[in-house]
Design a protein around this ligand. Sequence first.
Ligand code: DAH
Length: 345
Amino acid sequence: MSKELFDNVRALIEEIERAQPTTPEELEQFRIRYLGSKNVLKPLMGQIRHIPNEQKREYGRLVNQAKQLAERKYQELKEVVARAAEAAEGQDLDLTAPGEPLEQGAIHPLSTTLNRIVRIFERIGFTVAEEREIEDDWHNFTAMNTPEDHPARDMQDTYYLRDVPGMLLRTHTSSVQARVMTRQQPPIRIIAPGRVYRNETISARAHCQFHQVEGLYVDEGVSFADLKQTLLYFARQMFGPRVRIRMRPSYFPFTEPSAEMDVSCFICDAKGCNICKYTGWVEILGCGMVDPQVLENCGIDPTRYTGYAFGMGIERQAMLLYGINDIRLFFENDVRFLRQFRAAF
Ligand code: DAH
């Protein structure tokens, strides 16, 4: 009889050792069975009265051993099981389910257009100069030979910083010319892409923010012929080898002589369409020989050096290239618009 009772306790100890509760539910079953108020050890302890006196001590120790083992195991497993349950939360994975497709993004059409322009000029030795959009009056206007009373300074066109006198949002990338020439002597051959701001009424054709690319080449012996050749090369790279250019005399304060350049309409092949307004030509940029006064303002000797400069808008070219009819679309970040440029180069 007493041997049988001892064996019962030993069997129970083995059982406790073998038990492997892994879920919170299994662990709770474990607790109820070995540590609960009606646990299986209690009746075993009650059996001690059938044990001969000289063995009672050993029997009691054995039952206590079982109890402590169950307690220790329960405490250990409590944390392990809780952590495993947390990790498993929401993770019944179906490894055979098809994957979620990765959505392909699109490069903004202005970036694409701007990058193309930059690459064309980089191929012939121009380097990129990027400068600040918040500019001072001197670099944006005075250095660029734009007198105090010039209409380009009109409050209606320029955003001045209300709290910082003499500071403004640059109205053109020509300010970068002044930035570069005041810190570097010729030879200078840069293009300056970037955003500019003007206080314009927003419409399908005009916006208060837009982008330009400025070009500047200053060295000994730079001529108008160099300018023309460079811009012809650009136009053909940008719009196709059949494109022709023409220059019309114009006026800019910072160039003399100045010109505006048209390219033959690449939409209708110069036959006449509503893009070129049936003239066969579309205007794309302003240019000219850097006014000697501008060189002098920036610390470059105008008796030794000459230079040419040009400035072009990006939005108009992008609109022509992609057939976009409203400039506001560029700035609204409507994904339905942007998604259309996934395949653009
Ligand atoms: N800054 C002029 C504008 O915003 C564009 C321009 C014209 C830039 C002639 C030039 C230039 O560098 O030579 O309208």
